[in-house]
Design a protein around this ligand. Structure first.
Ligand SMILES: *Cc1c(COP(=O)(O)O)cnc(C)c1O
Length: 378
């Protein structure tokens, strides 16, 4: 089956009890058992719930993976992956990273003597140089957040596997519609389903998809043992969101291209970041690795911090808020919001300065988005 068919049908049979077309919300904490060891596949809802199972199977299908696991948030999914490590292990990660991911590496994993080395996202040689005898994971985000640089997944997978290291790719920014990291050699794909996958800004959720059975079993063990699972209603909402993922992604991208073209010409834009523009340093890699350029556009405003504050106050169709990937357009100021937990010197060295704005382009009418930007930037 192709992508949209899988989004609508994978893991989702009509309910065997009633024939309901939509997967029911199995709002229950436990399941009746006929006798010792005799049940219908479900015992206790932390371990498994049929609504969550449908979501997990659908997510796996969309990423061309064998196994899917759903979590209560993207960070709960990250936590499960990081629990594959033991004290004294080492990780390599790209430097342009979601702030919350950086925080879990630096403030939680470091307490277990698990150190992370950060390398320049797009510089492949640095990944191999950073590997130590105790390196167990390489962690990538591509496109990166908020600067939308790309990392060659295939090239890093080749390095990781030569050293017997697992490669994790956070695919939140592309969604499986535009990029399938498992097909490019990644071992684990991670999502904050809060973003494009659910797409309606009404659920917090996370997911992992993988092909290796041993890796799956270790992560599934952690999912049950540590318990960061989504409830049946959140699982159902996410499944419902997924059904329109393909049409939404096409519209996000079309609008993002329009916004990028508009901003490219604008005198108040100092620097523009969108991988779909031929001027973007990773445009060729984006064409090779992704089937589309996504719906995120970042730009550096020409002016002072106070002017940036005026811009976000004046925007009316764009809402000033954290997060991304929903049907509505959002604007975010990474330095004070998503990346606020990264020390200023480190953040600025990585190019996330005070006048950078990140746009999550929604699926409203493009004319309204451009008119809103026009009046706010003026
Ligand atoms: C939002 C986000 C996360 C964290 O996910 P939550 O659902 O907020 O816990 C991780 N990675 C990326 C790229 C994100 O945008």
């Amino acid at each position: 089956m192709k992508f949209s068919t899988k989004a609508i049908h994978a893991g989702q049979e009509p309910d065997p009890a009633t024939g309901a077309i939509m997967t029911p919300i199995y709002q229950t904490s436990t399941f009746a058992q006929a006798g010792m060891g005799e049940h219908k596949g479900y015992e206790y809802a932390r371990t498994g719930n049929p609504t969550r199972t449908a979501l997990e199977q659908c997510l796996a299908a969309l990423e061309n993976g064998q196994y899917g696991l759903a979590f209560a948030s993207g960070l709960a999914a990250e936590s499960a992956v990081l629990n594959l490590l033991s004290s004294g292990d080492h990780m390599v990660s790209c430097d342009d990273l979601y702030g919350g991911t950086y925080r879990i590496f630096e403030r939680i994993m470091s307490r277990y003597q698990i150190q992370t080395s950060y390398v320049t996202a797009g510089n492949i040689e640095e990944y191999e140089k950073a590997i130590r005898p105790n390196t167990k994971l390489i962690w990538l985000e591509t496109p990166t957040n908020p600067l939308l640089r790309l990392v060659d997944i295939r090239a890093v997978a080749e390095i990781a596997h030569r050293h017997n290291i697992l490669l994790v790719v956070d695919n939140t920014f592309s969604s499986p519609y535009f990029q399938k990291p498992l097909d490019l050699g990644a071992d684990i794909v991670l999502h904050s389903t809060t973003k494009y996958i659910n797409g309606h800004s009404d659920v917090i959720g996370g997911a992992l998809v993988m092909n290796d059975q041993k890796v799956y079993e270790a992560l599934k063990f952690h999912q049950n043992a540590a318990g960061g699972v989504p409830g049946p209603f959140d699982s159902w909402l996410t499944l419902r969101g997924i059904k329109t993922l393909a049409v939404r992604m096409r519209q996000h991208e079309e609008n993002a291209r329009g916004v990028a073209r508009f901003l490219q010409e604008h005198p108040r834009v100092e620097k523009l970041y969108y991988p779909g523009l031929a001027s973007h340093p990773d445009h060729e890699l984006a064409k090779r690795q992704m089937s589309g350029f996504g719906g995120m556009v970042s730009f550096q405003f020409r002016g002072k911090l106070a002017d940036v504050d005026q811009v976000v106050r004046r925007l009316k169709v764009f809402t000033f808020a954290e997060s991304l990937g929903g049907v509505e357009s959002l604007v975010c100021h990474p330095a004070s919001m998503t990346h606020g937990s990264i020390p200023k010197e480190i953040r600025e060295a990585r190019g996330v300065n005070d006048t950078l704005l990140r746009l999550s382009i929604g699926i409203e009418d493009i004319e309204d988005l451009l008119a809103d930007l026009e009046q706010a930037l003026a």
